[in-house]
Write a protein that binds this ligand. Structure first.
Ligand code: CU
Length: 305
């Protein structure tokens, strides 16, 4: 009788293990390219950072799933193995505490959090390492509710080209072709870009979803992003910080083009740069205010002299 029970249990265990293994295979191998990059937008090659950001994302999910499967299996096993059986009476054996198990429950999660933190820190440090010699610096000003782009590009022949574009608010009226009227950020393929991110008024956030990076734009502060676009094409950009009534219309286009086309586009833009002189709150920008001869003591809209 006992031998029969043992054999049955072993078979059941083998079936369970097989089913779990098959599920894991299907989930982990990923049925499609989308699944393999964790349904993130873009591809591994869109910028020089996409591959490592995708790997961090996908591997974190695999680790979470593995921990989840272990925890769920342990829970279900407890429920089944220690269920109340027919003819059971009273309470099961009551235990107050178990120091080794409770130590494990404390130490394991701490280890897991630090492991996750370690991998995140490594990728973050690599992605955010400043690059001082980018041939292209793009100063981006966020403003309610559009974008200013100022390009400073040192061409391979050493000549520096400066050009800018000042956006006006998009009018999303549902008509076709509105996207073409949005401000367009041009970037050359395979050229490292240094973005200087600023705000003219309130907190905004610079986000090109397919580039997998997003960064705050705060009044009175400059934030930085360093990346190299590696694939030509059109991408969507948007503000990712609720910044007022028309936040949802604070959109832009991104065109990654070859170097020659990029230089040609710069020639079509307004020459020179636009700086902080157009910031709405001159208190955050005393230099710009001085250039524009704004009196810092007088509130804007008020006072007369
Ligand atoms: Cu905004």
């Amino acid at each position: 009788m006992r031998a029969q029970n043992d054999a049955g249990r072993r078979t059941r265990r083998r079936i369970t293990a097989g089913a779990l293994g098959a599920t894991a295979m299907v989930v982990l191998s990923g049925c499609s390219a989308e699944a393999q990059r964790g349904w993130l937008p873009g591809t591994r090659e869109t910028t020089n950072h996409n591959a490592q950001l995708t790997d961090l994302w996908v591997n974190s999910w695999i680790a979470a799933l593995a921990v989840g499967l272990l925890a769920w299996a342990a829970m279900i096993w407890c429920m089944v193995a220690y269920r109340r059986r027919k003819n059971d009476q009273g309470f099961p054996k009551q235990t107050a505490y178990n120091v080794p198990i409770e130590t494990m429950f404390t130490v394991l999660p701490i280890l897991m959090v630090f492991t996750l933190w370690g991998f995140t820190d490594r990728v973050q440090t690599s992605v955010d390492t400043p690059i001082d010699d980018s041939p292209l610096t793009v100063q981006v000003h966020g403003k309610q509710w559009s974008w200013d782009f100022s390009y400073s590009y040192q061409q391979p022949n050493g000549e520096v080209k400066e050009a800018h574009y000042q956006g006006i608010q998009a009018q999303l009226d549902g008509a076709e072709g509105v996207q073409d009227t949005l401000p367009t950020l041009y970037l050359p393929e395979d050229v490292p870009v240094h973005f200087e991110l600023k705000s003219r008024d309130v907190a905004h956030s610079f986000w090109i979803p397919q580039f997998l990076q997003k960064r705050d734009m705060l009044p009175g502060k400059t934030n930085h992003l360093y990346l190299t676009p590696q694939e030509q094409g059109s991408f969507d950009g948007k503000c990712a910080e609720l910044c007022g009534e028309f936040h949802s219309e604070m959109l832009f286009n991104v065109e990654v083009v070859d170097e020659a086309t990029f230089v040609q586009k710069l020639d079509e833009l307004e020459p020179g740069l636009v700086g902080d002189e157009y910031n709405r709150n001159p208190n955050n920008n005393p230099d710009g205010a001085r250039e524009m001869e704004v009196d810092l003591q007088t509130p804007r809209g008020g006072g007369s002299h």
